[in-house]
Design a protein around this ligand. Structure first.
Ligand code: BDP
Length: 664
């Protein structure tokens, strides 16, 4: 295909805003748009609150972009670039507008440079250098968000340091906001509810105390003086030891509304998280609903309740959280996790669009107001650790823009753009890559926690299997036994009326479906039911056999990824924008370096899958009293060996491939 540089990008304005300057630079990059000689951009140029949609009209080699806002024009430019880079024709007419007005990343970055549950290096934000030194990576980051339509970012961890709101840090935040603004990225901050006490020695953080309210109003004024388009606050309160209004005998609504009132004069908003579970008797899966549902209607209009997709915690598969739809008078948003805390960190390929597609199949997209994703971004060369994990950042943005896109479409788009050239790679190579992506999340579910099992990880780092894990003094609901309930009678958590009755929190038709063992989907069976090992499954297998079958299938699929990847090797684009996580041999071309990096991780993933399979089959086999079916052999490890594996890792790093060597 002939590649013609766009010679002419013309605007309906003489003076270009910083955003339109970016539009110009992007479209004028040589080779970006095949066959296009002229682009005219008509942006009405309203700064904010307009819809950032756009239309694109093509007439032969000429393209017109029409948008209400400059950011809309930027999104249109990236749309054109996406088409160009993925080898697609520019259609005669494109009409796009974002489904959700707020499409936001949540960083769990700490001020000391570590990232909670981050696996792509250290924080991208170099707080020590800011505001004086502005790393070029900030703009690179903002650009990558704008390319997929993400328009907001929370810079710091929900386990928030009060120092985030101190004046020196706010000046650093301002510097970041200034870089991100032209890319349409609005900055938000996570706040620590006890900040007035920690920063200014107030005797209380009681949300009804006038001095506390004044403190927050003053802090909001200070922030908006520095950052006029500041987005607002994200709050984790009274959860996992974080301070909150309940420390002062007040409710979540009291706390959220106090912050909302401080932000309201400036147009800011509060995202108040519903991730709460106290060590009480109730099933952890029920607690957020119990605590929040009764508060429906009590929140100020600029408060939005941020709910994790599932009721436990970002497991490979969860039922959706029953809180969705249960607070009709309160705006809600979903929190997805892009970083793979429970899905193999940056070592495993787990393309997450199918998980989010599944969520939107259960929770009607129009019933929520916004979408947040916990970022998988760090300061690795490629920002995502696993080179293919960029596809999850991308998929999050695409689905926040349009939740009706299919996982398969998104995978295809991403692969064509980043991995292979559709024109030269054989269709079968592309099809197998797409299949590897779209099947990878189910593969992880199968080799880690099939049939609705959940949270059977090793304590703390959430990487390897430890269904046997016991930690003296630990909270029961942080330990696997709480969730799998394995005994000689069977396996799984009874959440029906005979058990915790969590099913009763679901609306129909889900309630009846989940409660009925014959109607409950296989993928959620052990989430909702404690079933005998001999329970007959739809497949004709017993539950025990099915469990072994799934573990085997999961491990087999990921072992097969290495051949898919080997076949793709000659076709990886030399122009791939992907990079390895860390600098590889300096003389290695990008495509080779990326290929090698991914290959290394696929090998780790296959070994880890075997580890999971062996650990779970051998451990649960002690209870089932039934033989391991032939298809599950060979098992590579013994249970006593696996029980000796204790990963020397913390929350922040990827386990090394040498992990299991000690037990071989
Ligand atoms: C869990 C993480 C923990 C987070 C917490 C949260 O293990 O590190 O702080 O969620 O979302 O997934 O607040």
């Amino acid at each position: 295909m002939p590649v013609v540089a766009v010679e002419n990008v013309v605007f309906n304005k003489k003076r270009l805003t910083p955003t339109l300057e970016i539009v110009k630079q992007e479209l004028e990059r040589p080779g970006v748009l095949p066959d296009i000689s002229r682009v005219s951009v008509e942006s009405k140029g309203r700064l904010s609150d307009g819809n950032d949609g756009y239309s694109i009209k093509r007439d032969g080699g000429e393209v017109r972009i029409i948008s209400a806002t400059d950011i809309g024009a930027l999104y249109a430019a990236y749309h054109l670039i996406r088409l160009g880079e993925s080898g697609r024709e520019i259609p005669e007419s494109v009409e796009e507008s974002p489904y959700y007005a707020l499409r936001i990343l949540n960083h769990w970055d700490n001020l000391d440079g570590t990232i909670e549950r981050g696996y792509a290096g250290r924080s991208l934000w170099k707080w020590d250098e800011l505001p004086g030194t502005i790393s070029p990576r900030y703009a690179e980051y903002a650009r990558r968000n704008a390319m997929v339509g993400i328009n907001a970012t929370v810079l710091n961890n929900v386990n928030a340091s009060p120092a985030m709101l101190s004046t020196p840090y706010l000046e650093k935040v301002k510097a970041l906001a200034d870089v991100m603004r032209p890319y349409g990225l609005r900055v938000f901050l996570s706040v620590n509810f006890a900040s007035p006490m920690a920063l200014d020695s107030l005797p209380t953080a009681d949300p009804l105390n006038p001095a506390v309210r004044k403190w927050w109003a003053g802090k909001a004024d200070e922030i908006y003086r520095l950052i006029p388009d500041f987005g607002g606050f994200l709050v984790k309160a009274n959860s996992e030891g974080q301070p909150g209004p309940m420390d002062f005998g007040r409710s979540h609504a009291d706390g959220a509304n106090m912050l909302a009132k401080a932000l309201q004069p400036h147009g800011g908003r509060v995202m108040w998280r519903a991730f709460v579970y106290s060590p009480i008797d109730a099933d952890r899966a029920k607690q957020a609903y119990m605590e929040f549902q009764p508060l429906d209607g009590q929140f100020d209009p600029n408060v939005i309740i941020q709910i994790k997709n599932g009721p436990i915690d970002f497991q490979p598969r969860e039922a959706f959280s029953p809180l969705f739809g249960a607070m009709p008078s309160t705006p809600q948003m979903v929190e997805f996790q892009i970083t793979q805390e429970y899905l193999g960190h940056a070592n495993h390929l787990a393309f997450l669009a199918p998980m989010w597609e599944e969520f939107f199949g259960q929770v009607e997209p129009s019933s929520i107001k916004a979408v947040a994703g916990v970022a998988n971004v760090g300061d690795n060369l490629n920002m995502t650790g696993h080179p293919l994990a960029d596809a999850n950042w991308y998929a999050f943005g695409r689905l926040a823009w349009n939740p009706r896109l299919s996982a398969e479409e998104i995978a295809g788009e991403w692969i064509d753009r980043n991995l292979i050239d559709r024109g030269t790679a054989p269709g079968s190579v592309r099809d197998r890559l797409v299949g590897m992506f779209t099947g990878s999340r189910e593969a992880v579910v199968n080799y880690m926690m099939p049939l609705g099992l959940h949270h059977i990880f090793a304590y703390g780092h959430h990487y390897g299997p430890e269904p046997w894990c016991q930690v003296p003094g630990a909270r029961a609901d942080w330990l696997p036994g709480y969730y799998h309930q394995a005994d000689s009678a069977g396996l799984g958590f009874d959440r029906t009326a005979t058990g915790s009755d969590a099913v009763s929190q679901y609306p129909e038709p889900f309630r009846s479906q989940y409660a009925d063992v014959d109607k409950c989907p296989d993928g959620l069976l052990l989430w909702f039911h404690h079933l005998p090992w001999s329970h007959p499954m739809r497949s004709g297998r017993t539950m025990w056999e099915e469990l072994c079958h799934r573990y085997t299938a999961g491990a087999d699929s990921v072992a097969g990824y290495q051949s898919v990847w080997a076949d793709a090797r000659p076709y990886i684009k030399s122009s791939t924008p992907l990079r390895p996580a860390v600098a590889m041999a300096m003389d290695m071309p990008a495509d080779e370096a990326v290929w090698e990096d991914v290959n290394r991780r696929l090998i780790i993933q296959a070994r880890d899958a075997q580890w999971w399979k062996d650990a779970c089959i051998l451990y649960f086999g002690q209870f089932s009293g039934m033989p391991v079916p032939d298809e599950a052999y060979p098992l590579h490890h013994t249970l006593p060996d696996l029980r000796r594996v204790h990963l020397g890792i913390d929350n922040y790093t990827n386990p090394s491939s040498a992990l299991l060597d000690s037990v071989r």
